[in-house]
Every structure is written in structure tokens, then in C-alpha cells.
Design a binder for this molecule. Structure first.
Ligand code: SF4
Length: 515
């Protein structure tokens, strides 16, 4: 039943947050923050508007004492050096210097106060950046190929498409009240570097012969998502030309807005509607909105690189290179980001690129400048040659700042990676992801080893512990990792992982990989 019809006929079928959204659009809170709360202070913010802060890209930070975290959308993960400097200076002025790279290529601040927000919004807007709708029940940051435009492994440059789709949805009140968060991915990289299958809507590389000519375009995946009930997105029988991406996305988003479930929030993501309808019925409804389109062509995804680029690699254009840097557990700071901005201007093409593996890429470095770039002080910590486990460890925010967290993650993830690098020798890089609760912001399900925080009772009280799952992968043969029995105390985690990896190392067959 369409959304308006539910309101008219069955309002008792709506969860209580639907009434909060209906009473005042989430986007309206941006103006209220600027005009009222920033002047009157934290204590003046009522609960309903505090919940709407997400539409401004802002969440209350643990322990709810007047500090906030904020996400900034970085479309397809590409920012200019000027944007990076603006992000760094805001982080220094208001965010105690902390800059996190998220698993959706966004930048995350902590420690902000409501009084700071108008100035932050203004300074971001001045360089064409926005935190708006980076959170909330709306279309969020559009992830994509961080190498778009320079990637030898892309069928086409997707930057303009991402900008077009972003510009359509950003602050668009026709789509600012969706049943739940809504995540899009657009990439033409043949190694699936925007993790198509875990997004609500994804456009992935494909070709099709139409009227005797091979057309480069996209296949469409719908209904992916992680959290407590993870779903791999379903591929629709559709081939989409580049010029039709926006139209198809509007069709899918309209279905979600009008037919998505609004009764129980934990069953409101698009994945539940897609699972109930199936891809055939979903496509039928989509075609009622967008008209007919060609059926599938040839899927061009040939593998999955898990979005890792550490090292130096040649770009599409001869003589130019990109340098993939490790950002340990996704955490950097204002000074490092400024140094990277300077490096991008001095040695590269003036861009800095964030990846879904929480890392950073410097692009456009000519052959004869690579060696000098590698000597930069900032590249000694944010290294292109990080140790194997540190280079493959991802972590969500955890209970340092996140109100939903059960356990601490980031610092533990860093220490465990260090411990493994000291105690395990392996000729293969194993991806380890930490999450602090079932919401799975650290994308535990797609890791070689996924670690989900929980608590266990001990004689000394409740302590941090982790459930372990192994063998997640995307791309051809995509599957989420499988849970192992038992729960490991946080302090024992390093030792248990050494045993687990050595067990694999000793038992593996020739050519066998961890996943
Ligand atoms: Fe917070 Fe849970 Fe997300 Fe980690 S996974 S950042 S603990 S909501």
C-alpha cells in the first residue's frame, strides 16, 4: 500500500518515528539548528528535534553531554585539496583534531557542540561540501569508484553521474522522508570497488549490444544491506544506459518511499520489501514508473578487490600514478589531512580520495615525482606499505563515541592488528572488521574475519567480548561470513586470532585462500 494511503487509512500501522517525520520534515531541523538551538544551547533541544538532527548529518555523541558527531558526504570519495583543508581546519577548530574516514567514504567528526554547527555548515558549503542527509531516513552519501576518471579498470568515468544523482536528492523534500536510511552505490570498476551488493540500490558495470553496437552502462542491484539481518542485493533484469541512471534511481527510490515498510523500524529497509516482492515483481513495479528498458546485458564485474589500493599503481593516463595509503583503523587528524592536501597539490592532481576500506588515495602523481612523494613525512604513518594486518583492519566507531555500541572497537582493533603483525607471518592479507553492535557500520559481514562486539559475564562482572565469523566476500560468489561457535573475551582476542590464522595456515591446501 502506498505511503499516503497508509496515512489516510491505517495510521496505526506506522511506527512512532513516522509521526515525528510527518510532523516536521527532517530537513527543517537544519534551519532550527541555525536560528534557535545554536543560540539557545544544548539544553533547549527537545527529543523529537534531537532525533531529526540526523538529517543535518549530526548525531549525539556518547555520553550525551552536549557533544555531537557529524558526517560529511564525499561523493564517490573524491575531494579537492581545498575541501580537504576546509575539513581539516573545522576539525581543528571544533573537533579536537580527530578526522575519521568511514566505510561509506565519508568524513566523520567528533566533539562538536551545537553552537559550532552554523559556522561548520557555512564553512563546508563555502567549499561545496555538505553534512546534510549524511544520516537520517533519506538518500545518504553516494559511494562510488574512488578512482573514477583515472581508473584503468573502469568501463567509464562515473563522476558526473554521481554528481547528478547527488544533486537531485540533496535537500529534495520529495525524498527526505523515506521509511529508513537509503544507500546508493555507483561504480563502473570491474572489481566491484563500491561494494554493490551491500547497498539499497547499486549501479554496477555492464555492457549490452544494442542495434549492433556495444553500449557501456550498468546493471542494477536492489535491496542489499547489513545490520542484524544482512541481505545481498538482488540483480534486476535490466540494462541501464548512463543517461538513464538518475531516472532508474528515482523509480527505485519512489518505490521505497511509497511501498517500503513503515510499521517496524527494524524491518523498514528496502531489503525487506525486495525480499518479499522478489526481483521480478520489483522490476514490474519499477517499469510502471520508468517505462520499458532493455533487459540485462553482460555483467562486467570480474572479481572483488575489497577496495584496497595500498601501494603505487599506474593510472589510465600513461605516466601518472596513484598512491594508496593506509589510514590505520580509519583515523587521521587535521594536521595529516592538511599535509595530504599539500602533497596532492605539490605532487598530484589536487585530489584526495577516500575508500570504503577507510583508506585514502593520492592521485595524479607523475612517474618522476613518485619517489619524492613517498619520502613525505605524512606518508611514513599513512603508509602505502603498511604491515599486512594493519593494512586490512577496519573498525566502526564503537563505544568511544557511539551511543549504540556495546563495546569499544577502534583502539582495540588497532592493538589487535599490531599484535597480529608482531605474531603472525602469512603470505596473504586477511581482512579483519570490527563492529561494536549489530548495526554493522564496520561491515563485519564482508570480512575474512568479522568481529561483532558483545558482553560476557565473568566473575569480575560484564566484559567486552566478540563473536567471530569467517569467510565473507563480495563480487562473483558473494556471501556473508559464517559465525563460529563461542564468544571470545576482548582481552583474549589477539591470541585466539593467532590460533585461528595459524590453524588455517597449517591446514590450507595449495592455492586455497582464507575466504
Ligand atoms: Fe555504533 Fe554499532 Fe555502528 Fe559501531 S556498528 S558505529 S557501535 S552503531
Amino acid at each position: 500500500m502506498a505511503y499516503e494511503a497508509v496515512w489516510m487509512n491505517n495510521p496505526d500501522k506506522l511506527n512512532k518515528f513516522e509521526f515525528v517525520k510527518r510532523e516536521k520534515d527532517g530537513l527543517d531541523v537544519i534551519r532550527t539548528i541555525i536560528d534557535q538551538y545554536a543560540k539557545e544551547g544544548y539544553a533547549s533541544i527537545p527529543e523529537d528535534d534531537m532525533n531529526r538532527f540526523k538529517w543535518a548529518g549530526v548525531y549525539e555523541q556518547k555520553p550525551k553531554d552536549g557533544h555531537f558527531m557529524m558526517r560529511i558526504r564525499i561523493n564517490t570519495g573524491i575531494m579537492t585539496s581545498a575541501q580537504a583543508r576546509a575539513i581539516a581546519s573545522i576539525g581543528r577548530d571544533y573537533g579536537r583534531d580527530l578526522i575519521d574516514v568511514t566505510t561509506r567514504q565519508a568524513i566523520q567528526y567528533h566533539w562538536l557542540r551545537v553552537e559550532n554547527l552554523p559556522d561548520i555548515f557555512k564553512r563546508l558549503e563555502a567549499v561545496g561540501l555538505y553534512s546534510y542527509e549524511a544520516c537520517g531516513d533519506c538518500p545518504r552519501t553516494i559511494v562510488g569508484n574512488p578512482l573514477a576518471g583515472i581508473d584503468p579498470n573502469e568501463l567509464m568515468d562515473t563522476r558526473e553521474i554521481v554528481e547528478q544523482v547527488n544533486d537531485f536528492y540533496l535537500l529534495n523534500r520529495d525524498f527526505s522522508n523515506l521509511p529508513r536510511k537509503y544507500k546508493m552505490s555507483i561504480s563502473s570498476n570491474i572489481y566491484n570497488n563500491a561494494n554493490a551488493e551491500i547497498n539499497d540500490l547499486a549501479f554496477a558495470p555492464a555492457t549490452k549490444v544494442i542495434d549492433g553496437e556495444e553500449v557501456v552502462g550498468f546493471h542494477v542491484y536492489v535491496g542489499g544491506g547489513l545490520s542484524a539481518k544482512p541481505h545481498l542485493a538482488k540483480e534486476l533484469d535490466l540494462f541501464v544506459r548512463p543517461e538513464d541512471v538518475l531516472k532508474v534511481s528515482i523509480g527505485v527510490t519512489t518505490i521505497f518511499r511509497d511501498y517500503g515498510y513503515r510499521e517496524k523500524r527494524h524491518q523498514a529497509r528496502l531489503k525487506f520489501l525486495v525480499a518479499d516482492w522478489g526481483p521480478e515483481k520489483f522490476l514490474e513495479k519499477l517499469k510502471e514508473i520508468i517505462g520499458d528498458m532493455p533487459t540485462k546485458g553482460e555483467n562486467k564485474i570480474v572479481g572483488w578487490n575489497a577496495v584496497y589500493y595500498d601501494g603505487v599503481y599506474p593510472q589510465k593516463e600513461k605516466g601518472l600514478n596513484f598512491i594508496g595509503l593506509n589510514v590505520p583503523v580509519g583515523r587521521t587528524n587535521s594536521s595529516e589531512l592538511e599535509q595530504l592536501a599539500d602533497a596532492a597539490d605539490q605532487f598530484g592532481d589536487g585530489t584526495i580520495r577516500t575508500t570504503m576500506s577507510q583508506n585514502i588515495i593520492l592521485a595524479g602523481v607523475p612517474d618522476d615525482k613518485v619517489e619524492a612523494a613517498l619520502q613525505l613525512p605524512v606518508l611514513q604513518r599513512l603508509s602505502p606499505n603498511a604491515k599486512p594486518f594493519m593494512s586490512r583492519t577496519v573498525s566502526c566507531t564503537g563505544n568511544e563515541f557511539c551511543n549504540l555500541a556495546v563495546v569499544e572497537t577502534k583502539e582495540r582493533a588497532r592493538r589487535v592488528a599490531e599484535f597480529l603483525d608482531e605474531n603472525v607471518q602469512l603470505d596473504e592479507k586477511i581482512r579483519i572488521h570490527f563492529i561494536g553492535c549489530p548495526n554493522a557500520c564496520g561491515q563485519k559481514h564482508i570480512a575474512d574475519i568479522g568481529l561483532q562486539g558483545a558482553l560476557v559475564k565473568t566473575p569480575d562482572g560484564m566484559v567486552d567480548a566478540f563473536d567471530i565469523a569467517v569467510g565473507g566476500i563480495l563480487g562473483p560468489g558473494a556471501k556473508f561470513n559464517q559465525s563460529l561457535k563461542g564468544r571470545v573475551k576482548g582481552d583474549d582476542l589477539g591470541g585466539v586470532l593467532v590460533q585461528l590464522i595459524n590453524f588455517y595456515k597449517e591446514g590450507r591446501e595449495s592455492g586455497e585462500t582464507f575466504h
